[in-house]
Design a protein around this ligand. Structure first.
Ligand SMILES: [Zn+2]
Ligand SMILES: [Zn+2]
Length: 166
């Protein structure tokens, strides 16, 4: 995700367009599947580098009910304050502006990493109808009902059945 565009950005008003179709950063809770695609325009605003544009990526998550892998597409509007500071400088982790420099090259991986982590939902389901796993035996109830589900009859229904002489 590196771009040799530093000279264009080094003066106020300088602007650079980055077309992305790259593998994303790897150090994410939900890994990126495939490429990060889109466009980011970097503009030197005088007080920093404004990053605007739109990026798309797909992250692999787990269904929070059945734990099946679910690929979640992310459509990310980009509007971030960045700076021509070094990504690996530990002081940058406290900064409000996202660092863009890897040595002398503009590198968007920290920008993308922050965007993806902000846009990744805290949880997802494989489908709204997902039945999840049986809390007793762990069987995937989307595949077939397990034996526990027939034994776990609501006691009120059991009493009713008793009254009906079943
Ligand atoms: Zn599921
Ligand atoms: Zn079960």
């Amino acid at each position: 995700m590196q771009y040799e565009i530093l000279h264009a950005l080094s003066k106020v008003g300088g602007r650079s367009v980055c077309d992305l179709d790259d593998e994303g950063p790897t150090e994410l809770d939900a890994p990126i599947i495939g490429h990060v695609v889109g466009q980011v325009v970097l503009t030197n605003s005088g007080s920093g580098i404004a990053a605007t544009g739109r990026l798309r990526a797909t992250v692999r998550m787990e269904c929070s009910r059945c734990l099946r892998a679910v690929d979640v597409p992310l459509d990310m509007a980009v509007s971030e304050d960045c700076a021509l500071t070094q990504i690996d400088d530990p002081r940058q982790s406290e900064a409000d502006q996202i660092p863009l420099l890897d040595d002398t090259v503009v590198d968007l991986s920290e920008l993308v990493r922050q965007l993806v982590s902000v846009h990744t939902p805290p949880r997802t389901v494989c489908s709204a109808q997902c039945r999840g796993l049986c809390p007793h035996c762990g069987a995937d109830l989307n595949v077939k009902p397990c034996d526990c589900s027939t034994e776990q009859i609501d006691p009120r229904f059991a009493a009713l059945r008793g009254l009906m002489g079943e």
